[in-house]
Each structure stands twice: as C-alpha cells, then as structure tokens.
Design a protein around this ligand. Structure first.
Ligand code: NI
Length: 176
C-alpha cells in the first residue's frame, strides 16, 4: 500500500471523464483501492475519487464519521465502482464543501438532499442504496469527480468561495 499524491485543480485529469471499470476484482483495481484507502486515511477527508490520485477509473471511496452523518451513524469506508446516482426528489440543500484537490478553500454548493445509488463493490457484486443529507452530498461530490466536475462548477455564487480560515469572518458578515 502507498499514500498517493493528490491531484490539485489545474491538473487535466480532474477535468476528464473517468472510464468504467471492466473488472472490479482485478489485481490492478485491488491495488488502486488499497492505495486510495490509505491516502484517504492520511488526508482526513470524507471521500476520494480515483482521478484525485491521477487514475482515470470510475472508483470512489467514502467514509463518514458519526459526528458528520445526519442520522449520527458513521459510515465505514465504502468503495463504489462505476457508481450511478439518481435524485429521489427535487429537494435541494445548500451547504459548505471542500475538496482535497482544492486545498484551503470552502464553498456553498447546492446538492440534492436525497439520492439513490447503485454500483459494484470490490468483488464485482451489484450493490445499491439510498443516502441523504451529508452522505448524499459526499456521493454527489465524488461522482462529479468521475465526470470531470469540481464543486466550484456547481456554485451559483462565487462570492461564497472562501478560504477556510476566513469562514468565520464570512459567516459573521451575515446572510448573503
Ligand atoms: Ni473533491
């Protein structure tokens, strides 16, 4: 296993559509997943997509600590291969996001509150479920990475793109 270098905004791989994985149980994908796990643990983030470690394959990894989950239940490290998301209704919520590929910044991003997801797991088995709130937000953020989309592209108002260490002053200035 290895901690991989994280691509940062400006690197072309973050703007390319990633390719579907033909064989989720291949040694190559197994190695990628092991390295992504180690890289995500090292980063302290809640999600990582393969293009963020310079690999153009449709693989994401998410893990959500209990304190950030809407239902207070932690989501352990979950690998989704060739993930597909479908909004479950029209409800959209706006909240802060950051990205390991855009270090130091935070932005207000609208996302669907509830999504259905389907994917393959590491053994190639079809898996599916529903997610809401922060979990749904993280899934939408990571699947966007597979399509070359960054959270800043989803922001309707770039005046809400701020350095993390300025977040407090931004909030103190009152509602937009
Ligand atoms: Ni990201």
């Amino acid at each position: 296993m290895a901690i991989l270098k994280i691509s940062r905004m400006g690197h072309p791989i973050l703007r390319q559509a990633a390719m579907p994985v033909a064989d989720p149980s291949s040694p190559e994908i197994g190695r990628l997943i092991a390295d992504m796990r180690e890289t995500l643990r090292d980063s302290g983030g809640v999600g990582l997509a393969a293009p963020q470690v310079h690999v153009g394959s449709r693989v994401i990894l998410v893990q959500i600590p209990a304190e950030r989950a809407d239902d207070g239940r932690a989501l352990g490290e979950t690998v989704l291969i060739n993930p597909v998301l479908v909004p479950l209704d029209d409800e959209v919520v706006v909240d802060w996001e950051g990205c390991l590929s855009i270090p130091g910044l935070r932005g207000l991003v609208p996302r669907y509150r509830r999504v259905g997801w389907s994917a393959l797991d590491e053994t190639g088995r079809a898996v599916a479920g529903e997610a809401e709130g922060f979990h749904a937000r993280v899934l939408q953020h990571e699947v966007d990475h597979l399509d070359g989309v960054l959270y800043v592209d989803r922001m309707p108002d770039l005046s809400a793109l701020v350095f993390q260490d300025q977040l407090r002053s931004f909030m103190a200035a009152g509602p937009e």
